[in-house]
Ligand binder design. Structure first.
Ligand code: SAM
Ligand code: DTB
Ligand code: SF4
Length: 343
């Protein structure tokens, strides 16, 4: 029923796909050649198809504003080649302790006052370890939910039991990215496996937490790798509730420091393809916006992106200013998702 599809969009906690409105089909049997053909189709056809689906799935055209806070920065054991927070690279990011719960909740309040509907907390951990730090994170989740915000965490790998406890604390979504294709993954990360990422995503989904999973482009992967990553996401038992698409922010000191800038139109293709494969998922234009013109960002929003991180900081790197983002949305007549749009 079309109205169900509309009401269901975007923010339900889901283990299964939402029921889509008429004209929208959710598929989990995409073939690599189909994805490649979509990705490589003439740009304006691609954008038109993606935008048409976007309008059906999200008729109010709102943009979700998410706020991001690094609650535990730096000193990570892992070797993710893109990451400023790995202890293995000299990037100038200092290892810090977990922030105190009241400080995190103050930041959440500020984000809410500026119009955020989702508050995401990131920790530079390989995995969650049971103990006082996890208990503090659970406290943060409860506090953020009590403020009327959606709560998201990205804490590395997670067991089924830890996912259950996060759900019990009220966690809305868990971010864990596939980052790239299964084949290219080994070029980027050696300290944990693709399979482990899929397991963490399954633990979050099975606990009834919305899955936020996407990846990065610009790390030296081929177009086929990009398509295979989207294929891996779309052919999950349920489409991720949200799909962050990051353009690599090359960090001095990391193995990827010298990667050339991502071509904005490649990002547009990636977003449009994600929108077509996963029509009811929130597609988030994530890292890399500082390097994009206003026009390029608008093209991403036209091609199916309907969420951004706002605020001057992502985890450790910069992001457009609040004023710049509000001015951009205003100019385009795009309205942020209101808190009452949440369920
Ligand atoms: N430690 C946790 C993990 O690995 O899941 C959470 C934090 S991690 C920084 C979250 C995601 O941020 C990564 O999976 C990656 O997709 C993205 N990311 C990190 N550094 C980036 C960079 N320099 N450019 C673009 N995206 C980046
Ligand atoms: C995601 O896919 N992108 C966000 C969020 N999930 C946690 C993180 C981007 C981090 C960019 C590098 C930094 O600021 O440290
Ligand atoms: Fe960075 Fe997360 Fe990899 Fe650690 S596990 S190096 S924080 S991306």
């Amino acid at each position: 029923m079309p109205t169900d599809g509309v009401l269901f969009h975007a923010h339900a906690h889901r283990q299964v796909d939402p029921s889509p409105p008429s004209g929208v089909t959710l598929r989990h049997d995409w073939a690599q050649d189909e994805v490649r053909a979509i990705h490589d189709s003439p740009l304006l056809e691609l954008v038109h198809r993606a935008h048409s689906l976007h309008r059906l799935g999200f008729p109010d055209g709102r943009v979700q504003l998410c706020s991001l806070l690094s609650v535990k920065s730096g000193g990570c054991s892992e070797d993710c080649s893109y990451c400023p927070q790995s202890a293995r690279f000299d990037t100038g990011v200092q290892p810090e302790r977990l922030l105190p719960v009241p400080q995190v909740l103050e930041e959440a309040k500020k984000a809410r006052a500026l119009g955020a509907t989702r508050f995401c907390m990131g920790a530079a951990w390989r995995e969650v370890k049971d103990g006082p730090q996890f208990e503090a994170v659970l406290e943060m989740v409860r506090g953020v939910r009590a403020l009327g915000l959606e709560a998201c965490c990205t804490l590395g790998m997670l067991s089924a039991e830890q996912a259950r406890r996060l759900k019990e604390a009220g966690l809305t979504a868990y971010n864990h990215n596939l980052d790239t294709s299964p084949d290219f993954y080994g070029e980027i990360i050696r300290t944990h496996a693709y399979r482990e990422r899929l397991e963490t995503i399954a633990h979050a989904r099975d606990a009834g937490i919305a899955v936020c999973a996407g990846g990065i482009i610009g790390m030296g992967e081929s177009v086929l790798d990009r398509c295979r990553m989207l294929l891996a996401l779309a052919n999950q038992p349920a489409h991720p509730e949200s799909v962050p698409i990051n353009a690599l922010v090359p960090i001095p000191g990391t193995p990827l420091e010298g990667r050339p800038k991502v071509e904005p139109l490649e990002l547009v293709r990636m977003i449009a393809t994600a929108r077509i494969l996963m029509p009811m998922s929130v597609v988030r234009l994530s890292a890399g916006r500082l390097a994009l013109s206003e026009e390029a960002q608008l093209l991403c929003l036209l091609a199916g992106a309907n969420s951004i991180f706002f605020g001057e900081r992502l985890l450790t790197t910069g992001n457009p200013s609040y004023q710049a983002d509000m001015a951009l949305l205003e100019k385009a007549g795009l309205r942020p998702l209101e808190p009452e749009g949440l369920r």
